[in-house]
Every structure is written in C-alpha cells, then in structure tokens.
Design a protein around this ligand. Structure first.
Ligand code: PLP
Length: 374
C-alpha cells in the first residue's frame, strides 16, 4: 500500500481528466504568445479572479518573485507578515534578486497582521535614510497560522492603508481557492481591492506544475518581462496549462469546489488528534482549511521521552508514523504539519488518527493504548 502522504497538498497527482487534456493540448511557442492553451488559461485565471490579465509561471515562488520585480524598485521595501512564505521561504528573493528589504509584522492567531502595525510600518518618504515602502503583501490562506483564510473585508482594509500611501497590495494566494471555499466567497471577492495576486495550480488544485500571476494589464506585462528575466519563458507549455484549465473549469472535472472535502477532512483529523495524549497545541476549531499543525510533548515527565529534545521527540514520532505508512512533515516552531488534499479520503483520515495514536506510544510520548488499536 502506498503511504498516506500528508506532507503537503503539493504531492497531489493530476486527475484522469487533466492527463487527457494534457495529452491532447494544442500548443505553440508561448514566448511568442502563440500557445492557445496557455492563452486560454491566462484568460480564465483573469476571469475567475476578477483581474484584467494573467501570466502562467512555473511555481508560486516564481509568481511572487516576478510580482515583486514588477512592483518594487531596487532599494524599495516590502511590508509582509514576518513568517510569510515571501519573506522566509523563498531564499530571500526579495533581497537577492529584487534588491528590496522586508519589514515583517507578526501574525495574529487568525493569520492577519494588525492594520495599525501595517500603517505604522510605512517609511517616511521624506527621510533620505530610509528605504521606500513599495509594496504590501498578504498571504491567503496564511500558512503559519494553520491555513487561516483572510476575509475580503480585511484585505480591503489593508488595501486602503496601502493605497492611501500610493503603494500597491499583492496577495500570495498560493491557496487562494481554499480561502474562497472556506469563506464561501469567490476568488474575485477576495482580490477585489488587491492589485495583484499569485495562485498555485500545483497544490490543492492537483495540477502537476504551475501558478498564475494576475493583475492589471500593465502589471502583467511587467511581470511577463520579469518572468523572462528569471528564465521562466517556457515554450510549448500548453501541455501544462491544459491541466490548469481543467482545474479551473466549472463542472465535474473542476477542482475548486471539491476543496471543501479537504477542509472537512482536516477538521476531522484535528478533532481526532486534539485530545490525544502526547499531542499539544491543537485547537480543532482552528482547522478551517486544509492544514493541521500540532506539537508533540511527552506525557510522563519521568519517562525516557521527556529527556529527548523537542526536535528529537518530533523526529522519532515522524519516523514511527512513517513506519505506520503515514507521512507528515516537521514545521515551524517545533510543530508537525499535516495537509489534506485530493487523493486522501475520510477513511484515510481515520486510519491516520489511529496510526498517530500508535506512533505516539511507540516514540514514548504517550502511554501505550489500553486496548490495541488496529
Ligand atoms: C504560502 C505559499 N506561498 C508560496 C509558495 C511557493 O509555491 P511553490 O512551491 O510552487 O514555489 C508556497 C509553497 O508551499 C506557499 O505555501
């Protein structure tokens, strides 16, 4: 049996409908603008997000990078959540490639950053010592707060602060459609006041490759130039875009509405784990999209496991879980992350809960269950 892989929603495989569409895709040289399938994907992405235009890129990281290049001059500064992917998980592309500094503001438990702190983080444009604040970035869903979705009204509030100071707002919407489905709003509502966004096709939407950057026609033209600069000008890439068109389609082959199932599964997993001895820091009501994040702590202060460091105990738990045929991943702040996605069903979730109970006992974090769990 293949493992139940909850390390990320990036492990999803393309659906049969995607594979068919990829095999049959009409293609052309996309750097010349000749690939009809890419053009159709970019138009569909713009339509579904309420933006003017879109550009297909290789990854979420490339999407954020070309957006930053398009918005931010060298010596500019971005304001973003302190642990956002843009600041800490993209090898500081903002500094290395864009030539910008970053001002990080810690998130609140709901994944938002305090609007008052955002307003206070703007630099004084008259002070020649300071960099120029050039962009505000929001992450929706916000990964480190266990995938909390940011509401349209909140994005509008941050946009008003940025726009009032002549600065655009970019949304890293790697999991934008998870946010839309969780909140019962459209992607266009989520982005109504944003100037640009990146969303990933290759995560919960199950495509093999790719993200789309959307925004005004002028912004997308600049992002397209930036994509070429970073080596992202792809050729007969309609074979990949075809999967994206399936994912964003209405009807049974579309992959957006089914994200609700992943959210139900995440909540069920969180509920199964939350009260388990050895699991700490997990409030299941916070599982609102497809992330479940929790800590491991030994229940017996005199036991062998209590003498291990937090990292050693976590690694032992993950090893025991792997031996049970379940994959999860270490995450920030000594936690473990599990992500539900296409290909993982509710029976798998129930198996995972039982496997966690056994793995916690095997690594010494919790006493062995009184009755063996199968
Ligand atoms: C919030 C967020 N933004 C951006 C990215 C980057 O996406 P990619 O892995 O396609 O570069 C990720 C990837 O996990 C992410 O979680």
């Amino acid at each position: 049996m293949p493992p139940i892989d909850l390390r990320s929603d990036t492990v999803t495989h393309p659906t049969p409908a995607m594979r068919r569409a990829m095999a049959e895709a009409e293609v052309g040289d996309d750097v010349f603008g000749d690939d009809p399938t890419v053009n159709a994907l970019e138009a569909r992405a713009a339509e579904i997000t309420g933006m003017e235009a879109g550009v297909f890129v290789a990854s979420g990281t490339m999407g954020n990078l070309v957006s930053l290049i398009a918005h931010v001059p060298r010596g500019g500064e971005i304001i973003a959540e302190a642990e956002s992917h843009t600041i800490i998980d993209e090898q500081a592309g903002h500094a290395v490639i864009v030539g910008a500094s970053a001002r990080g503001i810690p998130a609140r438990p709901d994944g938002t950053i305090d609007p008052a702190l955002v307003a206070a983080a703007f630099r004084d444009p008259l002070d020649l010592h300071e960099p120029r604040t050039s962009l505000v970035v929001l992450e929706n869903t916000h990964a480190h707060s266990m995938g909390q979705p940011l509401r349209p009204a909140y994005t509008a509030e941050i946009a008003a602060i940025a726009h009032g100071r002549g600065v655009p707002l970019h949304v890293d919407g790697a999991r934008l459609f998870n946010a839309a489905v969780a909140l019962g709003v459209s992607a266009a509502e989520l982005l109504e006041h944003a100037d640009s966004a990146t969303f990933c096709l290759s995560k919960g939407l199950a495509c093999p490759v790719g993200s789309v950057v959307v925004g005004s026609a002028g912004f997308v033209a600049r992002a397209r130039r930036a994509r070429k600069l970073v080596g992202g000008g792809m050729r007969q890439v309609g074979v990949l875009a075809a999967a994206g068109l399936v994912a964003l389609s209405d009807g049974p082959d579309g992959m957006i509405e089914r994200l609700a199932e992943d959210h139900v599964n995440a909540r069920r997993l969180a509920e199964g784990l939350a009260s388990m001895p050895g699991i700490v820091g997990l409030d299941p009501t916070r599982a609102t999209t497809n992330f479940v994040i929790f800590g491991i702590a030994a229940t017996d202060p005199g036991g062998e496991a209590a003498r291990l460091s937090r990292w050693e105990l976590r690694e032992r738990f993950l090893e025991e879980l792997r031996a049970e045929g379940v994959l999860m991943v270490s995450y920030a702040h000594d936690t473990v992350r599990a992500v539900t996605h296409y290909g993982v069903d509710i029976e798998d979730v129930d198996r995972v809960v039982q496997a966690c109970r056994r793995a916690l006992a095997a690594c010494g974090a919790a006493p062995a269950p009184a009755t063996p769990v199968n």
